[in-house]
Design a protein around this ligand. Structure first.
Ligand SMILES: Nc1ncnc2c1ncn2[C@@H]1O[C@H](C[S@+](CC[C@H]([NH3+])C(=O)[O-])CC(=O)[O-])[C@@H](O)[C@H]1O
Ligand SMILES: O=C(O)C(=O)Cc1ccccc1
Length: 247
């Protein structure tokens, strides 16, 4: 993985453009996500462990909004179920190109990994195949809010008995005091990881129009409305959480 440090927002910008998953972001993405999302390495590794419990023979494991394929790599490290294959999907051409390179690297280092296909495309337009595991690892928050229920319903329809959706998201909180506390603590996390006040402020303004977090309650209600029977949070670190949703 690229070791290039994230300095994308280090210099003052006259106008901060909306955040996009372009070539500049791709170059620094592993560093950016690790220094910005508390618990990210723990979530990714354990997503593989969880997936191994839900994987069903001869089914698809989806990594939706796969970026550089960190989740796909974890799925391939942990899942040994017969006949499974991984489909990773992202609509950023720059991400997909680099993701394919990293997965070729994983293939050359390990034998007997699950087969993988990386698709450049919009997850809203995807025709889902029968799936046992669907990972939406920090992707739903970038989908237009009015499209989210329809996407989750389509995922629910594709899920086999015994399978699961694993959904990780930044959270907002309905209680103003809880929201302010966890937001401040997230800023402290970023500061502790070497981001300046300017970097933190410019990044916040870059993502505010494109990334719209929901509360845990909104997630639970929407998942139930989409046809899931049970929603179980399995991880939270500050304002970032991951949920298991069962069909
Ligand atoms: N409609 C869409 N269709 C396909 N891809 C999309 C769409 N909208 C956004 N994306 C893609 O979703 C990814 C979100 S990053 C996921 C991290 C990864 N899961 C990880 O575990 O490392 C989250 C973050 O950066 O906070 C980006 O690569 C987008 O191009
Ligand atoms: O940086 C942030 O404040 C975030 O909420 C997480 C994030 C991580 C990587 C890209 C966009 C948002």
């Amino acid at each position: 993985m690229s070791k290039e440090p994230d300095r994308l927002f280090a210099q003052p910008l006259a106008q901060v453009p909306d955040f996009a998953f372009n070539e500049d972001v791709v170059r620094v993405f592993p560093d950016m996500i690790k220094r910005s999302v508390p618990g990210y390495p723990t979530i990714v590794e354990n997503l593989g462990v969880l997936a191994a419990q839900f994987a069903q023979p001869d089914s698809v494991l989806y990594d939706l909004g796969s970026s550089l394929g960190a989740v796909t790599q974890a799925l391939r490290r942990h899942v040994r179920t017969d006949g499974c294959r991984v489909i990773a999907v992202d609509n950023s051409a720059a991400m997909v190109e680099r993701c394919r390179e990293y997965l070729n690297g994983q293939d050359s280092m390990f034998q007997e990994l699950l087969p993988v296909e990386v698709i450049e495309g919009d997850i809203l337009a995807l025709e889902f195949q029968p799936a046992s595991v669907v990972a939406l690892n920090f992707t739903l928050q970038f989908i237009a809010p009015d499209q989210r229920t329809a996407l989750l319903s389509r995922i629910r329809q594709s899920l086999l008995p015994g399978g699961a959706l694993i959904l990780s998201e930044k959270l907002r909180f309905n209680d103003a005091e809880e929201h302010a506390l966890l937001t401040d603590l997230h800023v402290a996390f970023k500061r502790a990881n070497g981001y300046s006040e300017l970097e933190i402020a410019q990044k916040r303004s870059a993502i505010e129009n494109v990334m719209k977090p929901d509360s845990l309650e909104e997630h639970r209600e929407r998942l139930l409305a989409a046809g899931f029977s049970k929603v179980v949070p399995w991880f939270q670190c500050l304002n970032f959480a991951s949920l298991i949703a069962l069909p």
